[in-house]
Design a protein around this ligand. Structure first.
Ligand SMILES: Nc1ncnc2c1ncn2[C@@H]1O[C@H](COP(=O)(O)OP(=O)(O)O)[C@@H](O)[C@H]1O
Ligand SMILES: O=C(OP(=O)(O)O)[C@H](O)COP(=O)(O)O
Length: 405
């Protein structure tokens, strides 16, 4: 069911109103508290600007990291300069997210300004979704906008709990965009529709593979998980990553693909290494010829060609998980080739969706992030959505009002 969007709220709804905005500003910081990737801050800007330009007072909330109680290194203070710069106004910051001091700051907020609350996870009640805490957060504002896609799979006080006390509770532009692509485009894709799934283990991607098998025409598998599939087919995998308790599962996924008429492609050649290291000796071998003592760390050139050819026919592609150990340059070729291929396809009008996690890092490393149709800001959240799970932070929002026919 579609959710009510912040875009439906106009100056009439917003002028002078206090709006509690939950964003996911969980950005990486270096040891000097410098932001090393501001993507999530930039992604939160359109919603905040919409609210400001319609005269609202924005009370902005987020978590950062996984602190246990008040932990200075997880303060949101280092975010204030960048946030102010991007919004073009001076953002104020509170030292807590609830309490009399925060209430005082909220009371003196002029229309069209932003107060950033301190890390909401400094209170353990946040992750426990305690109603009393949610009520205190909610009491600061008149309405709620959830734009924290990256945290939408968590039923926490600031993502789910507050909706019980604030009406309306609506989706922000980022949340909406993520749902449009990861739910909308994937459930109702332009076909042929291909998924590329990689990453380390089958066990962490079973849900995604099973769910995608119901929807895709083509499924390309790469990464560490392929060796479990090879072994299930009776091939030798040397010392490659294998989950011996998932061999039957791999066989059943292959059968399921067949019965659904999905073209499931496994790499036909692999780059193998004599050790798990950036400076390992490496060679390219057919998937059926991995010697003892060697481990597969990337897909080979024939596989890159086969995968690229298969992708040429598609209209929608979703990608989750690297094709190899892309952190080591020597084994990043397959992942980088897929990133470049998707950039090329995007240029030809194919919808390309990067489903969060390490694939985002790979696309950024190759410098083609701006070419993709959509890059998710949430790893865990996008995975859960692709698995067909409902996200509590989304479920709790108001339903969209149906447009009269
Ligand atoms: N052949 C391989 N052997 C071991 N690890 C691999 C292999 N291919 C990819 N990986 C590792 O998988 C990790 C990413 O897996 P995962 O967390 O499941 O993906 P994502 O973060 O995209 O969801 C990367 O750190 C990468 O090095
Ligand atoms: O970074 C996040 O998730 P992600 O690493 O899965 O993308 C979100 O901010 C959620 O954080 P959490 O997994 O500590 O709840």
């Amino acid at each position: 069911m579609a959710k009510r969007s912040v875009g439906e709220l106009t100056a009439e709804d917003l002028k002078g109103k206090k709006v509690f905005v939950r964003a996911d500003l969980n950005v990486p910081l270096d040891e000097n508290q410098n932001i090393t990737d501001d993507t999530r801050i930039r992604a939160a800007v359109p919603t905040i600007k919409h609210l400001l330009s319609n005269g609202a007072k924005v009370i902005l909330s987020s978590h950062l990291g996984r602190p246990k109680g008040v932990t200075p290194k997880y303060s949101l203070s280092p975010l204030v300069p960048r946030l102010s710069e991007l919004l073009g106004i001076k953002v104020q910051k509170a030292d807590d997210c609830i309490g009399p001091e925060v209430e005082k700051l909220v009371a003196s907020l002029p229309d069209g300004s932003v107060l950033l609350l301190e890390n909401v996870r400094f209170h353990k009640e946040e992750e426990k979704n305690e109603p009393e805490f949610a009520k205190k957060l909610a009491s600061l504002a008149d309405l709620f906008v959830n734009d924290a896609f990256g945290t939408a799979h968590r039923a926490h006080a600031s993502t789910e709990g507050v909706t019980k006390f604030l009406k309306p509770s609506v989706a922000g532009f980022l949340l909406q965009k993520e749902l449009d692509y990861l739910d909308g485009a994937v459930s109702n894709p332009k076909r042929p529709f291909a998924a590329i799934v990689g990453g380390s283990k089958v066990s962490s991607k079973i849900g995604v593979i099973e769910s995608l098998l119901e929807k895709v025409d083509i499924l390309l598998l790469g990464g560490g998980m392929i060796f479990t599939f090879y072994k299930a087919q009776g091939l030798s995998v040397g010392s490659s990553l294998v989950e011996n308790d998932k061999l039957d599962l791999a066989t059943s996924l292959l059968q399921k693909a067949k019965s659904k008429g999905v073209s499931l492609l496994l790499p036909t050649d692999v780059v193998i290494a004599d050790k798990f290291a950036a400076d390992a000796d490496s060679k390219i071998v057919p998937s059926s010829a991995i010697p003892d003592g060697w481990m597969g760390l990337d897909i080979g050139p024939d596989s890159i060609k086969t995968f690229s050819d298969a992708l040429d026919a598609t209209k929608t592609v979703i990608w989750n998980g690297p094709m190899g150990v892309f952190e080591f340059d020597k084994f990043a070729v397959g992942t980088e080739a897929i990133a470049k291929k998707l950039a090329e396809l995007s240029g030809k009008g194919v919808t390309t969706i990067i489903g969060g996690g390490d694939s985002v890092a790979a696309v950024e490393k190759v410098g083609v992030a701006d070419k993709m149709s959509h890059i998710s800001t949430g790893g865990g959240a996008s995975l859960e959505l692709l698995e067909g799970k409902e996200l509590p932070g989304v479920v709790a929002l108001d339903e969209a009002v149906p447009v009269a026919a």
